[in-house]
Design a protein around this ligand. Structure first.
Ligand code: NAD
Length: 355
């Protein structure tokens, strides 16, 4: 029988090719007059181009965002925001840049306007992460949820296929885990299923025909739904494993998601048959775990942890770390089960079809 809690997210979303042109109007809506723009060094030219549309309301373009949001960077960027008396952060980039804006919001309450240029989904969540002494602390706090998000597929045109493929698989992982989350509700289910459908349809075109704005738009639409699913539902074994492997073994975030997802889906297939059937339907396949593996292959994305540089001797330690604390997951999280899952992901084996 139906039983759920539904709390709509307050983020204002503007979506469409060319809609970054609405930035000045959106900044005005937030009554901001002193904007700190954030980006990685690689996105600096783009950020500066966009900054010109805001004129003298931009007080600084801070192009130092980097992976995993190191604590000292978060502190330095916060000091810059305080010194400049910024009243809004505009974050242009992927999860790393939006993560830095969230760290500033956490430390001193600055609102965020996010302009995502990857499919990671951080822009739609109240989840923050800061890394200190090799350990990534994460948490949920409504202060870090962006007030406004501008999705402009034109800005994802530079995302090279080898980055776009894994980034899209990262988004798919949010949708798959949202389907079986303990706090799933009818709306997260609809968003997650439609997100899988859009990503599975458009990502292969993004990789094959990178100039196609229609494919870029479809994939970004899927990534929005994936981010919204991530923000609304509690993630399980898959995200826990990726967090452990990324944080403790310094493996690249989106690629780890790509490799683990088919195996985590197979792990949960028997315990969450209805969720996995929805995922399969959205993938246009009979079986979700094998279809996810085949999609990663079709995208030219890595399929084995071995290829990312993990060593076979790390697998036992990774298993210990991932099973140290308990967390919600449809299938019971056992040491033996997780070790088998990691072994299959290490070798890059195609999951067997769900019985
Ligand atoms: P990223 O932000 O690190 O970007 C990867 C690289 O791609 C960077 O060098 C960036 O400059 C470049 N790039 C970004 N957009 C580009 C474009 N359009 N064209 C060309 N290059 C571009 O990677 P990511 O996968 O977006 O984010 C990963 C990080 O986000 C991880 O640290 C992860 O933990 C975090 N994350 C957080 C949440 C959350 O809700 N808090 C959700 C998902 C991911």
């Amino acid at each position: 029988m139906l039983r759920f809690t539904y709390a709509p997210a307050p983020t204002r979303v503007i979506f469409g090719a060319g809609c970054v042109a609405t930035l000045p109007e959106e900044v005005r809506r937030l009554s901001a007059g002193r904007v700190l723009m954030l980006c990685t060094p690689g996105r600096q030219a783009l950020a500066e181009r966009i900054a010109t549309d805001l004129g003298d309301r931009v007080i600084s373009v801070y192009a130092q965002a980097m992976m995993h949001v190191p604590a000292d960077l978060a502190e330095a960027a916060s000091q810059e925001a305080r010194r400049m008396q910024a009243d809004l952060c505009v974050a242009i980039g992927g999860g790393s840049t939006i993560g830095l804006a969230k760290a500033i919001a956490l430390l001193q309450g600055l609102p965020i306007l996010a302009i995502p240029t990857t499919y990671a989904g951080s822009e739609m969540t109240p989840i923050w992460g800061i890394t200190e002494a090799g350990e990534k602390r994460t948490g949920r706090d409504e202060r870090v949820r962006p007030r406004t998000v501008i999705y402009d597929p034109e800005l994802t045109r530079d995302l090279p296929p080898h980055v776009a493929g894994p980034s899209g698989m990262n988004a798919l992982a949010h949708c798959v885990e949202a389907l079986y989350a303990p706090d799933a509700n009818p709306i997260t289910g609809l968003m997650a299923e439609e997100g899988i459908r859009a990503l599975a349809e458009h990502l292969p075109h993004v990789v094959r025909t990178p100039d196609s704005l229609e494919a870029r738009s479809g994939a970004l639409y899927g990534a929005w739904l994936a981010g919204a699913s991530l923000g609304a539902a509690t993630m399980g074994l898959h995200h826990k494993l990726c967090h452990t492997l990324g944080g403790s073994f310094n493996l690249p975030h989106a690629e780890v998601h790509t490799i683990i997802l088919p195996h985590a889906a197979a792990y949960n297939a028997t315990a969450a048959p209805a969720a996995l059937a929805r995922a399969a339907r959205a993938l246009g396949a009979a079986d979700a775990p094998t279809a996810l593996f085949d999609l990663a292959v079709a995208l030219g994305a890595p399929t084995s942890l071995h290829a990312l540089g993990l060593r076979a001797t790390d697998l036992d330690h990774a298993t210990d770390l991932a099973t140290r604390n308990s967390y919600p997951n449809p299938a019971p999280v056992t040491r033996a089960g997780v070790r088998r899952l990691l072994g299959a992901a290490f070798e890059g084996r195609r999951p067997e079809g769900t019985p």
